[in-house]
Design a protein. Sequence first.
Length: 231
Amino acid sequence: MHKIIGILGGMSPESTVAYYQYITRTYTERHGDFGYPEILIYSVSFQTYVDWPRQGRWDLVALGLSQAARVLQDAGAEVLLIATNTMHIVFDQVAASVDVPMLSLLDAVAAEVRRRDIETVGLLGTASTMEHTFYPEALAEKGIAVLVPKREDRRLVHDFIYQELVAGLVRNPSRDAFIRIIDELKARGAQGVILGCTEIPLLVTQEDAPLPLFDTTTIHADAALRHAVQT
């Protein structure tokens, strides 16, 4: 039997849906049947996970996600993942709170970047993702340098995520702004760009961009699927 996957989701609902659909649909594409792994989803109330980071209360983020992770574990989940980039700031604390494996998005993304022989990447995401050190530190361990947009563009990307994408709004002017920012990262030496918010792929696809894009949603979801079906 496949391992039961537990998803810490709701941050936002849009990306949680994408994880679920990717795992179930990709399994069927690869194996030709509907025997995909069982999936448990704990969808948190998103507002607190907006408010706590704004207040710098990452201790509360860690506590809340740890409690949710234990609920999934107690319900039978055999492997867990946090379905969002930003909350990987507290990944180690949450992983330490449970007795089942947790799959790191950062590890999965770093492995994919290295597989493409890329040494310098741009990073787009929430302000917390772009301005904290957790992404550059994790990728530096794999020999990968990280570039982020200039300050005003970081604010622009952050606002697009929270004001539009988490609500499922996809607007062409916002896409144009993202592509401009990607072009500027390319000019600074980026060889690829990490879409470091699980909602960004709703707006920007590889066909839009002049550089390889790393869709963290599909990379992470694929790692969960492969882990769950391995024998």
